[in-house]
Design a protein around this ligand. Structure first.
Ligand code: BES
Ligand code: ZN
Length: 454
């Protein structure tokens, strides 16, 4: 093991260069103009996997391809490592201090879209395995990497891929680094993720934009109607105002609340960090609980009428909102979708026509934070980071995690390496080189621990 850890330490500079190569691909899965960049990124990744000694293939799906790479089979306990090479759109570009696809190092931070979410994190695991292979150290597990290109758009083709390849992908558990940790002194095991339901509401009013002086006052204004509908979806106590929405929400246990309270951030620090004048959230819960263990509604986008300079006096012909609901155990996206649709129909006035389009959905995920698997992960975190780890829930979603459970019968161990100020999905995303190095160490130390499990 010493040789493995030494190899990781000795080759840091090259690893950072390789991460920069990986980050130069604008692999934005949501934008059709980046289709070729997606394919090129997948090819680069498969090639990189071959260079470090893995067998690797770029496998097609109905959408963006999946990279599958594996160590030679030796009959040792099989594990999967999951990650994604796609990234969120980098817009608005003008808010970046340097171009999002030209990685820039400042101190120990590497800035680029995808740096922490998720290229830096999945490369750390590849480095760990490279270190075993290149030092001829026996790897105690048979590993398969599955690095996909559609996580940021809901992983809609990966389930079929898992189904079609379930024999090949059979494993004891799935290791994922695509979440966060509170600080370098607080490495974390994430034992729950929120699910999600996304939809778009379009309200249509008059057949064209109308002169608001000539016609205003005789027809409904779709933007106004939409705002009035949306305003009724959340109450003043921060609760989602949809009948039945909370029916199956699992209660937080005393153990969970106690773990949540260990997270090293005060409400004042959190408020300042986000730049808001005052926090807002569901009453009766701390901000840590609100953002990880409670369901929410968010408006992600709201568009109608004239957005250009100056004024234009119109009644717009249409208005549109993009919404997402974050879901927690044990809410079911399909059932929640029905409740939402029903409520929207009730709230829509007869003066406009409504179209609702359902988008991606993902179920919430929860594993036992005290199982042998969780304990093995916690021991590894402690050894790799030299600090007592935290068990926590997180608010983001990784759509495929529940499918690993359903299709492969495998639990997911979430060992996140992103720091709270890494700006995932925001301008100036970054990854800490300390997290990169410690994360690679963690990746290396994990396999002997997991191999021991029955
Ligand atoms: N890495 C995130 C998920 C995440 C981030 C989990 C932080 C926990 C803490 C992932 O890439 C992501 O952003 N997922 C999307 C999924 C959605 C598009 C279906 C999300 O959560 O918005
Ligand atoms: Zn993401």
């Amino acid at each position: 093991m010493n040789a493995v850890l030494q190899y990781i330490e000795d080759n840091q500079k090259r690893f950072v260069d390789e991460l920069c190569q990986y980050l130069r691909f604008p692999s934005v899965s949501a934008q059709p103009e980046h289709r070729a960049d997606m394919a090129a990124c997948a090819e680069w990744l498969a090639n990189h996997c071959r260079q470090i000694g893995l067998e690797a293939e770029v496998r097609p799906t109905a959408g963006h391809p999946v990279v599958v790479a594996r160590t030679r089979r030796t009959g040792k306990p099989p594990y999967l490592v999951y990650g994604h090479y796609d990234v969120q759109p980098a817009e608005p570009f003008e808010l970046w201090k340097s171009p999002p696809f030209e990685p820039r190092l400042e101190g120990r931070s590497l800035f680029a879209r995808g740096a922490c979410d998720n290229k830096g994190q999945n490369l750390a695991h590849l480095i760990a395995v490279e270190a075993y292979l290149k030092t001829n150290t026996e790897l105690p597990c048979d590993l398969t990497f599955i690095i996909e290109g559609e996580e940021e758009v809901g992983s809609k083709n990966l389930e079929e891929f898992l189904q079609a390849n379930r024999k090949e992908l059979a494993c004891r558990a799935v290791v994922i680094s695509d979440t966060g940790m509170p600080s370098l002194k607080h490495p974390a095991l994430t034992y729950a993720l929120r699910g999600i339901f996304a939809c778009e509401i379009l309200l249509r009013g008059p057949s064209r934009d109308l002169h608001s002086g000539i016609f205003g006052g005789t027809v409904d204004n779709p933007a106004m109607a939409l705002c009035q509908m949306l305003a009724q979806l959340r109450d003043k106590n921060g609760r989602v105002n949809i009948p039945g929405f909370y029916d199956s929400v699992a209660k937080l246990s005393a153990y969970e609340r106690q773990q949540a309270a260990r997270i090293p951030m005060t409400e004042a620090q959190y408020r300042k960090f986000l730049g808001v004048p005052k926090l807002f959230g569901e009453r009766g819960y701390t901000f840590v609980e609100q953002r990880s263990a409670r369901p929410t509604i968010e408006i992600n986008g709201l568009t109608s009428g004239y957005q250009g300079e100056g004024s234009k006096t119109i009644v717009p012909s249409w208005a549109r909102a993009k919404l997402t609901f974050r879901l927690v155990a044990d809410q079911e996206p399909d059932r929640i979708q029905k409740l939402i649709m029903k409520r929207l129909k009730e709230l829509c006035p007869p003066t406009v026509k409504m179209e609702v389009t359902a988008g991606h959905g993902a179920e919430p995920y929860m594993m036992s934070p005290t199982s042998p698997l969780a304990q093995a992960a916690l021991r590894t975190l402690k050894e790799a980071f030299g600090h007592e780890p935290i068990s926590m829930r997180e608010g983001g979603s990784i759509p495929i995690v529940t499918q690993f459970k359903k299709v492969l019968g495998a639990e997911c161990v979430l060992l996140g390496l992103a720091l709270p100020d890494d700006n995932a999905h925001s301008p100036n995303e970054k990854f800490s080189l300390d997290c990169f190095e410690k994360g690679s160490r963690m990746g290396a130390l994990l396999w002997p621990e997991l191999a021991k499990l029955g």
